[in-house]
Write a protein that binds this ligand. Structure first.
Ligand code: TRP
Length: 463
């Protein structure tokens, strides 16, 4: 911490930076496949409710912890309470688990961009009913291969590491801030196009209308667990990122309204991504919807682009934009870890980058190979990628979030956070905040944690 802490220029700067970290593969790739997997409308409804209550409270707490202490997570928790220093380390471990498999998916996106740009995507000219099968074959052939997905994974993580190493992320961030709105408009446009296709409305109904009729308590619980995991992931919560951002935030910026904006922006993009991907699967004939997994986006969208006029160009632009969104997120994930290594072990930036890159490559290989030669699905019911995803989103993040709630609710007390919020105006949802942080969130998190652990060991998590 030799340098004095820089700060965001103002409210807009803060919102854009936080939203830039939040919007990434979580919104465009992960949200739609989880929504498809966990009952469509039910998942969407639960997600939105959690976002405005639980997500709101936790984000306010994290940002205020950062702004109050002016430190990044490792120092911040320790400053609030000595006994909680470990929480900073725990939070810092989570990006190390996420970044490797994030980059595997980032590699797939890069591959799709290149395939579109070089016109190497299959075309479906025959009038077959199940159009998605040709694209799911293309996807499966790619991910089940050994060398090719690894190569693209290495390219993606390599580019990330280079940018972090040279510290040129500001340039990339500028580009992506201009491109991001384009991505939003493109997604909305694609979603509208999809909705006019035959069969798409069935998909829209599935996605938009909650159906609790054949829910059992167990499936409902699993949906809540999945929605909560997605909330952490998508809003970059429970891993100290928002604490770091909060530490750069000026005291006169209104925390509450900033959080609302980030929340709606992030959820809005996820919403349109779902509206683009899920109806597309129905329109294309439905293969894939019975067992949606991480490949959903890579099968649904190419079959939409295939039937669109100018689809090849739209596909190229779309995957380029997703690539950029993923890259800005992977840069900040890696930056977090690299700076911790630098600070803690007094390492040079280059060394720290190289070590983090090495760890990520090692941890990423099983996620990539897990679709091919290292397929462990028959033993534990999920791939390595799912396993890393589960460990981070359903186990480590709930633990970090639970401890944060205990720290804020019972040790430093909610008033410390409320005072921080009120430095810049009235805290409108103060009651909601207190009730969430003290009572509802901890109980919820505990249930989630217990059920995730039980499910992991009883194998029933993957349906
Ligand atoms: N929120 C990002 C997404 O939706 C992923 C992510 C999680 C992230 N934690 C992060 C990005 C920390 C940057 C920093 O894709």
């Amino acid at each position: 911490m030799e340098k004095t802490r820089s700060s965001f220029s103002g409210k807009l700067g803060f919102i854009l930076a936080a939203a830039g970290s939040a919007v990434g593969l979580g919104n465009i790739w992960r949200f739609p496949y989880l929504a498809a997997k966990y009952g469509g409308g039910t998942f969407l409804l639960i997600y939105i409710i959690l976002s405005v209550t639980f997500g709101f409270a936790l984000m306010v707490a994290e940002i205020c912890i950062g702004r109050k202490t002016g430190l990044s997570p490792i120092g911040a928790f320790g400053k609030l309470n000595k006994k909680f220093s470990f929480l900073g380390y725990l939070a810092a471990l989570i990006p190390v688990m996420i970044l490797p498999y994030y980059s595997v998916i980032g590699g797939w996106v890069t591959k799709y961009f290149f395939s579109y740009a070089t016109n190497n995507i299959p075309t479906n000219s025959a009038a077959v009913t199940d159009k998605s099968s040709i694209f799911s074959d293309f996807f499966n052939n790619f991910v089940c291969d050994t060398g090719s997905p690894i190569l693209w994974f290495l390219i993606f993580i390599g580019v990330t590491a280079l940018i972090v190493w040279f510290g040129v992320e500001k340039g990339i961030e500028k580009v992506s801030k201009i491109m991001m709105p384009v991505l939003v408009f493109l997604s909305i446009g694609i979603a509208i196009y999809v909705l006019f296709q035959d069969g798409a409305l069935e998909g829209a109904k599935y996605y938009l209308i909650p159906d609790f009729s054949n829910m059992t308590p167990q499936t409902l619980l699993m949906t809540v667990v999945a929605a909560m995991g997605q909330l952490f992931y998508s809003m970059s919560l429970a891993m100290g990122i928002m604490i770091t951002y909060g530490s750069y935030m000026k005291k006169d910026v209104n925390v509450e309204s900033a959080v609302h904006k980030i929340e709606w922006f992030d959820t809005g993009i996820a919403f349109f991504a779902g509206l683009m991907v899920i109806p597309a699967i129905f329109a294309a004939g439905g293969s894939g919807i019975e067992k949606p997994g991480p490949g959903l986006m890579f099968v649904a969208l190419p079959s939409v682009f295939d039937s669109m006029p100018g689809g090849k160009i739209i596909g190229t632009v779309f995957f380029l934009l997703v690539f950029l969104a993923a890259l800005t997120s992977s840069i900040s994930l890696m930056e977090t870890v690299v700076s911790i290594f630098q600070d803690k072990f007094k390492m040079r930036r280059g060394t720290s980058c190289a070590i983090v890159l090495g760890i990520c490559v090692l941890l990423g290989l099983p996620s990539s190979l897990g679709f091919g030669i290292w397929d462990i699905t028959s033993y534990i019911g999920m791939t390595f990628l799912d396993l890393f995803d589960l460990l981070s989103n359903y186990i480590l993040m709930p633990i970090a979030a639970l401890l944060t709630c205990i720290l804020v609710g019972y040790i430093i007390k909610p008033k410390a956070i409320i005072d921080e919020v009120e430095l810049s105006g009235k805290f409108k949802h103060k009651k909601l905040f207190v009730v969430m942080i003290k009572y509802i969130a901890p109980v919820f998190l505990l249930i989630i944690l217990v059920s995730s652990v039980l499910d992991t060991f009883s194998d029933s998590f993957t349906i």
